[in-house]
Design a protein around this ligand. Structure first.
Ligand code: ADP
Ligand code: MG
Length: 644
């Protein structure tokens, strides 16, 4: 007898729910989209217990007739689609007719609705997929969906939910993705009776950006506008100095829908190339409007991925529009700010260079250089690949390769087995010794690399990577002796944070305190950093360090241990306090930095996993110049290479 059976519809819904409803925030997303599709002008979201106890979304939209209520909560029932032709030109956020049925199968849900012009309306309840009776209700026009005890039917899922603060954070994110696309709709969010966001109908998206991410960012955004043959493009782009460690602040909307589109995100990144450091990410809010039949949203259950018919052309339009705009925008002071040395740096190995020399003229010249190189960069046609001429570390093998290796363009990704070796490899231990008394035989090149002679070759050090490593090791070893000494800031450094970010900082207040960081809430959307480790005062900007930490935390989600956070904070502090590529160092600074190189010896990589130094072994150099004949042709005269 066969063993295959058809699943009962209730089970089918639960499985479907697994795809769409991952956590309370997914419910909020679906309900908000339904309210928007119903043309609501005001949407009220009430949450209790991070959404585990209650999620209630109330709108003043079109409402549903009594006949439609039972259908609304049935699976594959929708008013937004009738034929398969419709599927090719979706103009609503929903169309699958699955959300309410899915939510109803894993919670206790009550839908109350009243159509405009009618009195009272009706309600229907559904508990773990079991449909209740239709009742008359005393409701205002619009719809209210109340979801209690999410996942009470799937205890394993429910147990998997995170803390109240974390779930609320996800809910705020979900709301931001809708609210940033519909400024003409008013939103309100309360949690356990407390108002989290109250967003009146806005004239300008900037007001929404300000509400979620702070006024400081909102005020700096540059407007982008371009009408293209394939669709309209409008957006707000942050100056390079506002870059982040992750792509989370790249908001992309197509026809009012928040999407993650690899290609368009790449276009954004590409537009900023050369303006921000390669490990940083730009902040952009971009809105595309394309004909409904040019976008296929039926790709992903939560519709976060879409297919765009004119993808390639849109890529070019986005890239061109951003670049064109940057060319005319006065970004220079902000870029300067982004690349500037931490003010008043006092470390013995890195005294402030601007004060020692020509001062103002130095700074002006520097600014001119940046302006010039940016203008050059922006005028250049976008390059299609990441190719560039560079040395590569060959950590995949030590064997020698072709003689032209040094000069060949190497793709950013897979480094070929190289001629350079990551230092120090075991047999090169004496290198460090050689450097410490290398004395005057070390120079700074390209304002980025320190090059020194060693006993058995040439050492090339990345000044930022090494300095970062040295600071990191210093911080770590001091921490071993107890909490870092903190210094109160005269004026607190203000950092705009989202709900979720603030929750994260509060959750990790203890680790922050161990490192000498103290803060307290500053209004609803910011914190004031009041104390910072003494060792770093004047060297790293506290708000930047914490911003980096928060971006990292957002990227790495729920799997962080206390030690992870502590270590990352050390890394971020070290990175922000270290000299940057492009900083001019005096001869003494070069020497003193190299003298500390032993602190980085254990791993030879900076805390972010990049190498701090490379060794060009002497025997390898000799081989390249065919000076190695002595070993192969011992009979030759050693004053001339054989083919010289
Ligand atoms: P979909 O949005 O994909 O159609 P849902 O399960 O989310 O599927 O909703 C089913 C149907 O219920 C919708 O097509 C719509 O007709 C109706 N509906 C749901 N929420 C609302 C609302 N807030 N206001 C009016 N109608 C709604
Ligand atoms: Mg829907």
């Amino acid at each position: 007898m066969g063993v295959i059976r058809k699943l009962d519809p209730h089970l089918v819904n639960q499985i479907a729910a697994g795809e769409v409803i991952e956590r309370p925030a997914s419910v909020v997303k679906e309900l908000l989209e339904n309210a928007i599709d119903a043309q609501a002008a005001h949407i009220d979201v009430a949450i209790e217990d991070g959404g585990k106890k209650l999620i209630r979304v109330q709108d003043d939209g079109l409402g549903m007739a009594a006949d439609d209520l039972a259908l609304a909560v049935a699976s594959h029932a929708t008013s937004k689609l009738t034929s398969s032709d419709d599927l090719e030109r979706i103009a609503t956020l929903g169309f699958r007719g699955e959300a309410l049925a899915s939510v109803g199968s894993v919670s206790q849900m009550v839908v109350t609705s009243c159509r405009a012009g009618e009195v009272g309306g009706h309600s229907i309840s559904i508990d773990g997929g079991r449909l209740g009776d239709l009742r008359a209700a005393g409701a205002a026009p619009g719809t209210t969906v109340e979801v209690r005890n999410l996942f009470h039917t799937i205890p394993a899922r429910r147990k998997f939910l995170k803390t109240e603060a974390t779930e609320l954070g996800h809910i705020v994110d979900a709301m931001a993705r809708v609210a940033l696309a519909y400024p003409q709709v008013a939103f309100r969010l309360t949690h356990n009776g407390r108002t989290v966001h109250n967003l009146p109908r806005a004239e300008d998206i900037r007001e929404r950006v300000s509400a979620f991410f702070g006024r400081q960012l909102a005020d700096q955004l540059i407007e982008i506008r371009s009408d293209t043959p394939v669709g309209g493009l409008w957006g707000l782009a942050a100056p390079p100095s506002e870059s982040r460690a992750s792509t989370r602040m790249q908001y992309l909307f197509v026809n009012g829908r928040y999407v993650r589109d690899r290609s368009l995100l790449h276009a954004i990144r590409e537009a900023y190339r050369g303006l921000i450091e390669s490990n940083r990410q730009p902040v952009v809010f971009l809105y595309l409007t394309v004909p409904a039949n040019d976008i296929d949203v039926n790709v992903h259950p939560t519709k976060i991925e879409v297919r765009l018919r004119s993808g390639q052309q849109l890529y070019r339009e986005v890239l061109a529009a951003l670049r064109q705009r940057f060319l005319t925008a006065d970004l220079a002071p902000r870029i300067e700010d982004g690349l500037a040395l931490p003010a008043g740096r006092t470390a013995d190995n890195a005294p402030p260079h601007a004060e020692s020399g020509a001062g103002d003229t130095d700074a002006q010249a520097r600014e001119m250089r940046i302006r010039q190189s940016m203008a050059d960069f922006l005028r250049a046609p976008p390059s299609s690949s990441q190719q560039r001429l560079s040395f590569k570390r060959g950590d995949r093998g030590t064997g020698p390769s072709g003689p032209r290796e040094f000069a060949s363009p190497v793709a950013d990704t897979e480094p070929p087995p190289g001629d350079l070796q990551t230092a120090p490899s075991p047999q090169r231990a004496p290198v460090a010794q050689g450097v410490e008394d290398a004395g005057p035989r070390a120079v700074q090149l390209h304002n980025t690399y320190l090059v020194a002679e060693t006993d058995d070759g040439i050492l090339i050090v990345d000044q930022h990577a090494l300095h970062e490593r040295v600071i990191y090791e210093e911080l770590r070893s001091r921490l071993g002796a107890g909490p870092l000494e903190s210094q109160r800031l005269l004026i607190p450094a203000v950092l705009d944070v989202t709900q979720r970010e603030r929750a994260f900082l509060e959750e990790h207040g203890e680790q922050l305190a161990r490192l000498g960081v103290e803060f307290e809430p500053f209004g609803t959307a910011s914190i004031g950093i009041q104390a910072f480790p003494m060792m770093l005062t004047g060297r790293a900007q506290p708000e930047r360090v914490l911003r980096d930490l928060l971006d990292w935390a957002a990227e790495n989600g729920g799997k962080l241990t206390v030690d992870d956070v502590l270590d990352e904070l050390l890394h971020r502090m070290a990175c922000r306090a270290a000299v940057k590529a492009g900083d001019v160092l005096t001869a003494e600074e070069v020497q003193s930095l190299l003298a500390k190189r032993h602190m980085a010896e254990q791993t030879a990589t900076c805390p972010h996993g990049r190498p701090t130094s490379l060794v060009l072994p002497r025997d390898e150099i000799e081989r390249q110049f065919h000076r190695d004949y002595r070993t192969t042709r011992p009979e030759d005269d050693d004053t001339l290479p054989p083919d010289a």
